[in-house]
Design a protein around this ligand. Structure first.
Ligand code: NAD
Length: 256
């Protein structure tokens, strides 16, 4: 018996990192999973070893038509849809003075509009499933404790938290059985994190710097975030909605 037996989940940004770890955790708990990503070749490679309960679909979260196709793939492939994980996200460093229009628009499109489009595409299918549904949106420690060089990232992640909470309230107020929660990773060793290390002049110093911003003294693993997403997506979190769950080794509450 798995905690997600009978559930069908759609996970965005699932070609690697936290999204792929989430898909694996869901599959291990009995869910069938549609993995979506804009990076087709990496997605195909990632999904290849996951077995018949997993399917890969091309998904650009900034396009409503792409979301509609991904939701249809879940319903047609596995019979219904009951869980959405909005995990796809981008992060490019720039402070408020140097942030360019293109970078700002990219962050808005993927990190904020992408989450809205995902929820709006998935909710009719989740409601039609007749099962209690769950949406988990992957925000960041940086929406709780901003960093100066992440202006667009912090703003869009904070925006998606507010969006998630309005959705949680709307569904609860309306008696619609869909819970909506956010997970807030600290620095997690994924391709996104590796790109930041690649940008650093001194990789070892950058690694030490990231670890030092987490009171537990290290960065996290994608599997540790996946466990939190799994909990919030599962019936074990049946009375939790509108919550923000940090997975950051104490980073958001650090005192030095
Ligand atoms: P990642 O870069 O490894 O994964 C993100 C995935 O999203 C990639 O596979 C990418 O191809 C996909 N993607 C990007 N744009 C897309 C689009 N338009 N449509 C569909 N897919 C798209 O990064 P990750 O660390 O696994 O990040 C997962 C989530 O966790 C992101 O939302 C990120 O902001 C968040 N997060 C990560 C960290 C960290 O330190 N790694 C910290 C806090 C929050």
């Amino acid at each position: 018996m798995g905690v997600l037996d009978g559930e069908v989940a759609l996970v965005s940004g699932a070609a690697g990192g936290i999204g792929l770890a989430t898909a694996r955790a869901f599959l291990a708990e009995g869910a069938r999973v549609v993995l979506g990503d804009i990076d087709g070749p990496r997605l195909a490679e990632a999904a290849a070893g996951l077995g018949p309960e997993a399917r890969a679909v091309a998904l650009d979260v900034t396009q409503r038509a792409s979301w509609a196709a991904a939701v249809a793939a879940a319903v047609e492939g596995f019979g219904h849809l009951s869980i959405l994980v909005n995990n796809a996200g981008i992060s490019e460093p720039a402070d408020v003075e140097t942030l360019g229009d293109d970078a700002w628009e990219r962050h808005l499109a993927v990190n904020l509009s992408g989450v809205l489009y995902g929820m709006q595409a998935a909710v009719p299918a989740i409601r039609a499933s007749g099962r209690p549904g769950a949406i988990v949106n992957v925000a960041s420690m940086l929406s709780m404790r901003p960093g100066a060089i992440f202006a667009a990232y912090c703003a869009t992640k904070a925006g998606m938290v507010a969006l998630s909470q309005t959705a949680a309230l709307h569904f609860a107020n309306s008696g619609i059985p869909i819970r909506v929660n956010t997970v807030h990773p600290g620095a997690i060793r994924t391709p996104m994190y590796e790109r930041y290390l690649d940008m650093a002049e001194d990789r070892a110093a950058a690694e030490a710097g990231f670890a030092a911003t987490h009171p537990m003294g290290r960065v996290g693993r994608a599997e540790e975030v996946a466990e939190a997403i799994l909990f919030l997506a599962s019936p074990r979190a049946s009375f939790t909605t509108g919550a923000q769950l940090p997975v950051d080794g104490g980073g958001a509450i650090r005192d030095r």
